[in-house]
Design a protein around this ligand. Structure first.
Ligand code: ZN
Length: 207
């Protein structure tokens, strides 16, 4: 029987990604923040809609295209009402649509804090001796892995680094200074808990 607890941690950023764009007022590239407000323009039978962003340094506006020259008759009345009312759910949905954002800018500021959604994939039959954590991220976060693990597992960062030095904490794919970097989608972490006194508490915190 396996003594491994396997979990999947999905990191959901609290703040929408911020595109870096050239700001004409600052004269430099700056991160822009969604205002969660839409701008609508009806031109004859065509409709344009944008999500309004502001430069975080000076407030300059960037209109992120949402509907472009769309025949007004083809726009769902519910969608039109949502745009007119600055529906917060629609604004949030678009602000978090990073695939669309990537088509408009090459640089996107990673998000700070993230909520961790934990799903258990395999429960050990015996007391947990090994913990495997998979990471899933649709949107990059700027949160160091050691800080995240310390907060979620109740271990000190010093302890985590010592475990890594002793080969009891392995991150794949391998790379330099992984613990000090933000976790990426698809990363796997394996922890040998067999020598840990708080083994049960760590395993409980992981799921
Ligand atoms: Zn600016």
């Amino acid at each position: 029987m396996s003594d491994t607890l396997r979990v999947l941690w999905t990191l959901v950023p609290q703040r929408a990604p911020q595109p870096w764009l050239h700001c004409s007022r600052c004269g430099d590239p700056k991160p822009f923040e969604s205002s969660n407000k839409f701008r609508l323009n009806a031109n004859g039978k065509r409709l344009d809609a944008w999500l309004i962003y502001h430069c975080t340094a000076c407030g300059q506006t960037w209109n992120r295209p949402f509907l472009e020259r769309r025949p007004a008759a083809a726009v769902d009345p519910q969608l039109l009402a949502a745009l007119q009312q600055n529906d917060p759910r629609l604004a949030r949905h678009l602000a978090f649509d990073i695939e669309d954002l990537r088509r408009r800018t090459v640089r996107i500021a990673a998000c700070g804090g993230a909520k961790v959604q934990k799903v258990t994939l395999q429960v050990p039959a015996r007391p947990t001796a090994r913990l495997e954590i998979g990471f899933a991220l649709a949107i990059p976060v700027s949160l160091r892995l050691d800080r995240l693990l310390a907060a979620e597992l109740g271990l000190s960062r010093k302890h985590l680094h010592r475990m890594q030095d002793e080969g009891k904490l392995v991150i794949s794919p391998t790379g330099a200074r992984r613990l000090k970097k933000p976790p990426q989608d698809g990363w796997q972490l394996a922890l040998d808990l067999s020598q840990e006194r708080d083994c049960d508490a760590i395993a409980a915190a992981a799921r």
